[in-house]
Design a binder for this molecule. Structure first.
Ligand SMILES: [Zn+2]
Ligand SMILES: [Zn+2]
Length: 367
C-alpha cells in the first residue's frame, strides 16, 4: 500500500513528504495507521538543533502517537484490525534475552546499554503508516484502548506515562500531601491533573512566566491549586503556602533548567520527596549541579528522598492507559486549544506552535 512519511533533512532544515510503499505485516508484526500525534518539547529541540541519539538523517520525528491497527501478521493475538492503540517512546532493545528488555527482563528499558526510543534511534511517527516489529508487539510499549477513548487522549499516553513514573516511583507521596510543581509546561500540567486525580491535599504551581501560569490556573485550577510566581521571594512564598506544614511532601522539577535544581532543594523539609523529572542539557552537554546532602540528618532522620525517572517503562504506560481509560483526567482536552491543532502537512507550523511560551499541547491529525 502507498503511505506518506515526512522526513526532516537536517536539524533546522525542512520536512519533505515522501511517498513510500508499506507491505503486509510479517509474522508477529502489526501494521498501523497513524491517527494522532502530539508534539513533545524534545521534538522542538530535535527540529531546531538535532540530537546525538538520532544517528541517521533525514529523520522521521514525533513519538507521542496513537494509531489504528490496520493489519496484523501471522500469530498476533493481542491486537486485531481496527483496534485503537497508544505507543510509548522508550522501547526495548529488541533482544528477547536482554536482562532489562527481554521476556524475563526487569522491564527497566532505559537502563539497557542498547536502549532506544521512537523518534530517536527508531523512526518516529510523522508518517501515515508504520509496521511494528514482532519484539515491539510482544514486549511493548503498546496498549489497546477501548473504542470509546478519544484519539486526542490516546496520543498523550507517552508524556502522561513519563509523568506518572515520576509521581509513583516513591509510594504514598501524593495522596493527601502537599505537591509542588516547578514549571508550568505540559509535564507540570499533566502532574497537576494526576495530583488532583490522586487526591493531593494541595498543589502549588511555581512558574516564572505569568502567561502560562495563568492559563494553567484558569483551566485546571480548583480550590486545592495555588500559583506562585518564581521571583526573589519564591522560597518563602511556597513555604507559606505549605502551612500548617513546614514543607511540601513532593517536589517535581519540570523545568529543564539549572535554577530549578537550585530552587528545589531549598524547599526540602521533613519527609520531602524530590523528583528530578526534567534533565538539564545544553550545547555543552549535561552540566554538573552539585548539592550537599547529609546522609544521616537529611536522609535518615528527616526522611528526605531524592529520586528521578527517565522516560517510561511498561509500568508507566499501563498506569497512564488506566488514567485515560477511566476518565481520571477530565480536563485533558483543555491542554489543546484551536490554535494548537494541525494537519499532517503542517509539521513545521505544529512544531513552531509547540515552541511558544503559552502553548501546552499541540496535536496533529493524520487522518
Ligand atoms: Zn514526549
Ligand atoms: Zn535491552
Amino acid at each position: 500500500m502507498q503511505a506518506t512519511a515526512y522526513y526532516l533533512d537536517q536539524p533546522g532544515g525542512t520536512f519533505t513528504a515522501t511517498e513510500e510503499t508499506v507491505g503486509e505485516p510479517g509474522p508477529g508484526e502489526v501494521r498501523l495507521r497513524i491517527a494522532k500525534t502530539s508534539v513533545c518539547q524534545s521534538d522542538v529541540v530535535i527540529y531546531k538543533q538535532g540530537l546525538p541519539r538520532i544517528l541517521e538523517w533525514p529523520a522521521i520525528l514525533l513519538h507521542e502517537v496513537c494509531c489504528y491497527v490496520d493489519a496484523v501478521g501471522e500469530g498476533v493475538t493481542k491486537f486485531a484490525e481496527g483496534d485503537l492503540v497508544g505507543i510509548g517512546c522508550d522501547i526495548p532493545c529488541g533482544d528477547l534475552e536482554c536482562i532489562y528488555c527481554g521476556r524475563n527482563g526487569t522491564g527497566d528499558w532505559t537502563s539497557c546499554p542498547n536502549t532506544q526510543a521512537t523518534g530517536h534511534e527508531f523512526p518516529g511517527f510523522a508518517r501515515t503508516h508504520a509496521i511494528l516489529p514482532a519484539w515491539f508487539v510482544e514486549l511493548g510499549p503498546i496498549v489497546k484502548f477501548n473504542p470509546d477513548v478519544k484519539p486526542d487522549h490516546a496520543c498523550q499516553l507517552e508524556p502522561l506515562a513519563c509523568c506518572l513514573e515520576g509521581m509513583t516511583r516513591v509510594n504514598n507521596c501524593i495522596e493527601n500531601r502537599i505537591v509542588v510543581l516547578i514549571g508550568a509546561g505540559s509535564q507540570s500540567t499533566y502532574a497537576l491533573q494526576c495530583a488532583q486525580a490522586m487526591n493531593a491535599r494541595k498543589i502549588i504551581l511555581v512558574n516564572r512566566g505569568i502567561e502560562r501560569l495563568e492559563r494553567v490556573l484558569r483551566d485546571f485550577g480548583d480550590d486545592t491549586v495555588v500559583g506562585v510566581r518564581w521571583d526573589d521571594d519564591v522560597v518563602d512564598n511556597v513555604l507559606k503556602e505549605c502551612q500548617p506544614f513546614n514543607e511540601p511532601h513532593f517536589i517535581m522539577v519540570n523545568a529543564p533548567a539549572k535554577p530549578a535544581y537550585e530552587l528545589a532543594p531549598k524547599l526540602m523539609g521533613y519527609g520531602t520527596v524530590l523528583d528530578g523529572h526534567a534533565g538539564v542539557k545544553g550545547a555543552d552537554g549535561k552540566p554538573r549541579i552539585p548539592h550537599e546532602v547529609d546522609l544521616n540528618n537529611d536522609i535518615h532522620y528527616r526522611l528526605q528522598c531524592y529520586q528521578a525517572t527517565h522516560g517510561s517503562s511498561m509500568r508507566g504506560i499501563e498506569l497512564a492507559a488506566q488514567f485515560i481509560s477511566e476518565g481520571r483526567l477530565p480536563k485533558l482536552d483543555l491542554m489543546t486549544n484551536e490554535t494548537e491543532r494541525f494537519q499532517q502537512d503542517e509539521l513545521d507550523k505544529a512544531i513552531a506552535r509547540a515552541a511558544d511560551s503559552d502553548s501546552l499541547k499541540v496535536i496533529m491529525d493524520w487522518e
